[in-house]
Design a protein around this ligand. Structure first.
Ligand code: GDP
Ligand code: MG
Length: 439
């Protein structure tokens, strides 16, 4: 993938204490090839390497002690710039704010509509209404209802009505009458760009005058994505792009090229099928990710978000009073799990992604621990010191584990309790927050 290729490119520079014009030229050739392989448009890749070269020469890359690192920085800065530089938000100025989804069938519009509703509801305190304007397939309306049920967001639909404009307009009336402050309109897409689809979405667009029109595109479709983006932009002059399916083999290519071609910011990325697999797009973090440096900032943010402050305070009190028990331990594990898929998280740690590439990390790495704790009685959980040899055997049997595993958990728990006692007080408090429950 792109990251590996760029790694190889920089390797040429890293391998040399001293570098020459030839090394730089070789490196840039590799960088360009990597970009092309990732479906970045030829002209963009060429312009890109030219700019990097100019910058490299301008900043005397040849005379610095660590030319490789300087090059990485220049490439990273340029990549960031290419993908838009700053983070762009979504326009929520209206009441209700109207957001229209556009894009081909299968691009991920319906899924993303749900993710966005969930994001606005939980992170921005909004009351969103989802609107089913995919009038061609009854299954599409159902799909949105399923999504709405999952996230606890109302879905407006008129299964008998075959007029998307009318449905959208009625939905907005319904939103105004019922205190919804965001309306997310999911629309029908076709497998390829065609006139009928374009007319329909353009009509809906004209009728409801959305504050935000988002173009949703499957990042796996490479160069096609760019052509589709152009077609939709010509008709809708959309406000931003959503790149979905960036969870697989990360092809940064679409992100890089789309921004350059339609000159509209990428606002969100989709990284999975679940409702919380949505991230605000940060050009510099994407550049980091492409360069394989790991998305540390996202990792820390996610950890902090998921860590419930209230829980932290309760926990503090318990530790202070020496009442920390296995139930609390279980809560901690659940906090860690809430942070997301283990593999995703590990992948964001610099270096780890690569080191662990061949190691299978199970999502349910905590399965045994949970099973053991569930096999304890309430009094054993709150007062672990009463767990003697006999109880251990019973717990191991009950949880389908071995006594050694129970012992190991007891030991871990002991160490953690001790550590947490030590962390009491000012510094400890912050440390615990920073660790986001990952103790
Ligand atoms: P629509 O036709 O544009 O409404 O697309 P859907 O929302 O129905 O999505 C099409 C398929 O892509 C579904 O199977 C989704 O689960 C899947 N999908 C959507 N977004 C993502 C994503 O970010 N990652 C992955 N892996 N799958 C996604
Ligand atoms: Mg759909």
């Amino acid at each position: 993938n792109l990251t590996d290729k760029l790694d190889k490119a920089f390797h040429i520079l890293k391998g040399h204490g001293k570098i020459t014009d030839v090394n730089v030229a070789d490196t840039l050739k590799e960088v360009r090839r990597a970009l092309l392989d990732a479906d970045v448009n030829f002209k963009i890749a060429k312009d890109f390497t030219t700019r990097v070269k100019d910058k490299a020469i301008g900043s005397d890359v040849l005379t610095t002690l660590q030319p490789g690192q300087l090059m990485v920085k220049i490439v990273k800065d340029e990549l960031t710039e290419l993908m838009g530089g700053e983070t762009a938000g979504v326009n929520l100025s209206g009441n209700p704010s109207i957001i229209l989804m556009s894009g081909l069938q299968g691009s991920g519009k319906t899924t993303f509509s749900g993710k966005l509703a969930n994001f606005l509801k939980t992170k921005k305190n909004k009351k969103p209404l989802l609107v089913a304007c995919d009038i061609y397939r009854p299954a599409a309306i159902n799909q949105l209802h399923v999504v709405g049920d999952q996230i606890g967001v109302e879905v407006y639909s008129e299964p008998e009505n075959k007029n998307a404009v009318e449905i959208a307009q009625n939905a907005i009336k319904h939103a105004k009458a019922n205190g919804f402050n965001v309306v997310i309109v999911d629309t029908a897409g076709r497998l390829a760009v065609d006139e009928q689809m374009m007319n329909e979405i353009a009509n809906v667009h004209a009728a409801i005058q959305p504050h935000e029109t988002l173009f949703v595109v499957d990042s796996m479709t490479g160069q096609d994505a760019v052509n589709t983006a152009k077609a939709f932009n010509d008709r809708l002059d959309f406000d931003g792009v959503v790149l979905t399916k960036l969870d697989g083999d990360t092809r940064g290519g679409a992100a890089i090229t789309i921004k350059s071609v339609v000159n509209k910011p990428i606002k969100f990325i989709g990284t999975g099928e679940k409702m919380d697999a949505i991230d605000v797009f940060h050009p510099s973090r994407m550049a980091d990710r492409i360069l394989g440096m790991g998305d540390v900032v996202s990792l820390v943010e996610r950890a902090q978000e998921q860590y419930d402050e209230e829980e932290a305070r309760k926990l503090q009190k318990k530790i202070a009073k020496n009442e920390f028990g296995f139930d609390d331990f279980l809560t901690q594990i659940q906090q860690i799990k809430k942070m997301g898929n283990m593999k995703d998280l590990v992948g964001m740690i610099p270096g780890a992604g690569k080191a662990l590439k061949d190691v299978e990390i199970e999502d349910d790495a905590f399965k045994h621990i949970e099973a053991i704790i569930h096999s304890m009685t309430p009094s054993e959980r709150s007062k672990p010191s009463i767990i003697d040899g006999k109880r251990k055997i019973r717990i191991a049997k009950g949880s389908g584990t071995k006594v050694e595993q129970v012992n190991q958990l007891m030991k871990q728990f002991d160490q953690m309790s001790k550590m947490m006692k030590m962390m009491q007080g000012g510094a400890g408090k912050n440390l615990m927050r920073a660790m986001g429950g990952g103790m």
